[in-house]
Design a protein around this ligand. Structure first.
Ligand code: ACO
Length: 348
């Protein structure tokens, strides 16, 4: 406990605004049966997912990112010109290059501030971005926007039943600053084990397998190779360990957590992590039933919904924890201020 007190006193950097956006189109499990050999029951029983949002044909990654970013800025009472840095985390960028952050900087009308993407770290990207934002604020940037965004419906192979049913589209954003009213970042941890890259990989498009006519004809540019069971096991192990690590760093026990907002990949993964940490159901937030796995957007989208649902008490400790391709994992512990009190409209 002394560690946490000391850490918090030194560090008032945290979240001063949040926003999220999910596209309007709802794709249900039953809708998937028109495309692939599956059943609504199979998907629900294996994943807990019942529906997900898919972007409209004319929506792109920067459109989703802009909506979430504007909501987070309005929530913080800021205009885009008051930002000092923009970090976008995504595996489904606007174009191959330049990065989505360049498009977003211009779209928002932000000043000519450093703007960059964190790409390729799958679902743990947002928490990695949040950790970088925190350190950037500690070294002088006043306000950093972090946006987790995915438009996975455009990336997935709609004929591959073992992966396509898992994912959805969405965006979530936060503004990080050093302010007394912020929901403070008490501690964060992150890690990588690159020895299992092949368990979850999209190979085509990189130098190993450039997209040729043959690759495109065979649909390999959309082929996500995934060992579902292997990913499941690692996700449970790594998220549980990261949660323990960040709690230990803050000198807290799992019992003292007001809410855990885990990466929303599969309700069975979330339940297993909750069991491993001996959390009660009231301590865990899930929205995977309605949104599926939205990759980098998953944690900020869920955090916004948890706030709208009144699940966070001011003063409570809130644990964010994630895991993704790489494998990468990350956990962040927040001390909730009024920024996480239920005073804003739910996600549209
Ligand atoms: N509909 C019907 N059957 C299907 C479907 C589907 N959509 N997809 C796969 N199957 C079949 C397979 O073909 C296989 O059939 P077979 O046994 O005849 O070969 C069988 O179902 C697979 O069954 P299990 O391996 O028992 O399925 P499991 O209970 O492991 O569930 C799942 C699979 C949902 C992929 C699970 O392993 C999982 O969620 N893993 C984590 C993957 C994940 O979350 N990836 C996202 C990115 S990483 C992250 O966010 C953490």
């Amino acid at each position: 406990m002394p560690h946490a007190t000391q850490h918090e006193a030194e560090d008032a950097v945290g979240l001063i605004g949040l926003g999220a956006y999910a596209p309007a189109r709802v794709m249900t499990n039953a809708d998937w049966t028109a495309w692939i050999d599956t059943s609504a029951e199979w998907i629900t029983s294996r994943t807990g997912i019942e529906r997900r949002r898919f972007a409209a044909a004319d929506e792109t990654t920067v459109d989703l990112a802009e909506q979430a970013a504007r909501r987070a800025l309005a929530d913080a009472g800021l205009s885009p010109t008051q930002l000092d840095e923009i970090i976008v985390t995504t595996d489904t960028p606007e174009v191959y290059f330049p990065d989505t952050a360049a498009f977003l900087q211009h779209r928002l009308g932000a000043r000519e501030i450093p703007s960059y993407d964190l790409a390729g770290s799958g679902c743990s990207g947002f928490l990695q971005g949040l950790d970088i934002a925190r350190s950037r604020v500690m070294t002088g940037a006043r306000r950093v926007l972090v946006v987790g965004v995915e438009l996975l419906s455009r990336l997935i192979d709609w004929r591959d039943r073992s992966t396509c049913v898992l994912f959805g589209d969405g965006a979530g954003a936060v503004v990080v600053a050093r302010e007394p009213g912020a929901s403070r970042i008490v501690a964060s941890v992150a890690g990588t084990d690159g020895s299992k890259t092949e368990l979850l990989i999209l190979e085509a498009g990189g130098s190993r397998r450039p997209i040729t006519e043959d690759v495109a004809r065979r649909g390999l540019h959309r082929h996500i190779a995934m060992d579902g069971r292997g990913v499941f096991r690692e996700a449970v192990t790594r998220m549980s360990a990261a949660a323990r690590q960040v709690l230990a760093r803050a000198g807290l026990s799992a019992r003292e957590l007001g809410l855990v907002v885990p990466h929303q990949a599969n309700v069975r993964i979330i339940d297993a992590v909750a069991r491993s940490l001996a959390l009660s159901p009231s301590q865990v937030f899930t929205n995977v039933k309605d949104f599926g796995n939205t990759g980098s957007a998953s944690v900020p989208l869920a955090l916004c919904q948890a706030r709208a649902a009144g699940r966070v008490e001011p003063g409570a400790y809130v644990l964010l924890v994630s895991f993704g391709a790489g494998f990468h994992w990350a956990a962040t512990l927040l001390r909730a201020s009024d920024t996480l009190a239920p005073r804003r409209a739910p996600v549209a």
